[in-house]
Design a binder for this molecule. Structure first.
Ligand code: AMP
Length: 307
């Protein structure tokens, strides 16, 4: 079943201990779409500027991503610059040039309106809410955000969180959003803001899902999925969005939405995140096969399985 994603389609300038890349394809919706495209149909809602050439669009088109909702506006494409040191879990933002996103008015193409799944990737929470309100037939809404919005647009973000079923954020973001240092208490506080389940990502250490709704077994223990220990993390950019793409993409490919599906989805999220970080930018997500993905899923299973 198709997923609509709203988020950034961007240029990134990235520095890591492995080198530097100037103005390469990035953005939360880009990573999400590429990762989810191995599981289901993906439809993008975003905006790019005049500097976004057809060669970038074709990266998404080649994975079958629907770009009917990708607007082109006068001005420059969103541009993010960041750096990673030895700690791969922590990006230091150098700059965030919103550019064409400052005046973006999301329009949902008619042919997207039958989509049952929606993902509000990391972008201004006002835009996330605008898209959510236009998608009346969705069965499940996933969402993401980051410190930039938690600190900069908190009231707007709190309004958006009421519209989200499943939120995916990292430890620092969860603690910042909740104003609470203990992870479990922070998770419960965040779920009280709206989401029925919460995925907290721990970077290279994996991710935990907390269940806050009867449908998923309220009061159940959380479930933790590992991350794959890799000998080279070249560029962690997009790991979180790729996790979300694998996670939501797998969910959208299933008939039922229950705890077991969510637990398996955590592993598929980890699989897609692990591919994303092996190369600079989204390169590794462009030419995978479902066999490679499933083989890595088995490695994840072995990582945690007890006889
Ligand atoms: P992550 O999965 O968290 O590493 O996401 C990295 C991607 O998020 C990069 O490709 C950036 O272009 C994008 N990004 C960074 N800051 C923002 C922001 N404030 N709003 C939307 N997208 C962003």
């Amino acid at each position: 079943m198709a997923i609509v994603v709203v988020g950034s389609v961007a240029f990134d300038t990235i520095q890591s201990p492995f080198g530097k890349a100037e103005k390469i394809l990035g953005g939360s919706a880009t990573y999400f779409s590429l990762a989810a495209s191995y599981f289901t149909d993906v439809r993008i809602v975003a905006v790019v500027g005049e500097d976004f050439g057809p060669e970038y669009e074709s990266v998404l088109r080649q994975r079958g991503v629907n770009l009917d909702g990708l607007q082109r506006a006068a001005g420059l494409t969103f541009h993010w610059g960041g750096e990673y040191g030895e700690n791969v879990n922590e990006a230091k933002t150098h700059f965030t040039h919103l550019n064409v996103f400052e005046k973006f008015q999301p329009q949902i193409p008619q042919q997207y309106l039958d989509s049952q799944f929606l993902f509000l990737a990391n972008i201004d929470p006002i835009l996330q809410a605008q898209v959510r309100r236009q998608m009346r037939n969705v069965r499940m809404v996933g969402g993401d955000t980051m410190n930039f919005w938690i600190n900069g647009k908190r009231p707007e973000l709190l309004a958006t969180l009421k519209l989200v079923d499943l939120l995916l954020i990292n430890d620092t973001e969860a603690k910042m959003l909740a104003g609470e240092a203990n992870l479990l208490r922070a998770a419960n506080k965040v779920m009280a803001m709206g989401p029925k389940a919460l995925v907290i990502k721990h970077g290279e250490y994996g991710a935990t899902i907390f269940f806050g709704d009867r449908k998923f077994g309220i009061g159940h223990h959380p479930f933790r999925a590992p991350a794959l220990p890799l000998d080279e993390v070249r560029d962690p950019t997009g790991a979180g969005d790729s996790f979300a793409g694998g996670f939501m993409g797998y969910i959208a490919s299933q008939e039922e939405l229950n705890r077991e599906v969510l637990k398996r989805a955590m592993f598929y999220g980890g699989v897609m995140g692990s591919f994303a970080v092996e190369r600079f930018g989204p390169e590794r997500l462009q030419n995978l096969t479902r066999e490679e993905i499933d083989a890595r899923f088995e490695v994840f299973r072995e990582l945690t399985h007890l006889d």
